[in-house]
Design a protein. Structure first.
Length: 149
């Protein structure tokens, strides 16, 4: 052991300065936080979205369009899908319960049937809405449609 090999014990020295522990630390007084104001005080927390008095981004950017609060959203199925679904799940009647139990819709979804594709099987539909083209195609295939409110 020689003088130039001496090192302090592990954990006995700290490289970071302890803030606010007197003037002798070199970082006493204001603890490098500056003078006065919320940011210099204990417990400061900035407000979400606050930009220091500058106009916030959600107010600077223009709004576009119109959101209709009365809009009714439907989970849409085309006629061409039902033959595959019937083959996979064994449907004869299409209603909320059969679709929900097979995880095709969520519990609060409204169902609408559109007339894209061909319907080969005979099905009974109990849904929220149906297009005119789909209704005529279902009845032509020997099925029936009932609108559930």
């Amino acid at each position: 052991m020689q003088l130039h090999n001496l090192k302090p014990a592990k954990g006995s020295t700290h490289k970071t300065k302890r803030l606010g522990r007197g003037e002798a630390s070199g970082k006493g007084g204001t603890s490098t936080k500056g003078n006065k104001g919320g940011q210099s005080r204990a417990g400061y927390k900035s407000k979400k979205g606050h930009e220091g008095g500058q106009m916030p981004i959600q107010r600077r950017i223009p709004k576009r369009g119109f959101k209709n609060p009365g809009r009714i959203e439907y989970k849409v199925f085309n006629l061409g899908q039902f033959d595959q679904l019937a083959e996979k799940y064994g449907f004869t009647e299409i209603n909320h319960l059969t679709l929900y139990s097979n995880s095709l819709i969520s519990q609060t979804d409204r169902v609408k049937v559109l007339g894209n594709g061909e319907l080969k099987g005979k099905f009974t539909f109990k849904v929220d809405a149906v297009s005119e083209k789909a209704k005529s195609a279902i009845e032509a295939a020997g099925g029936s449609v009932e609108i559930v409110k």
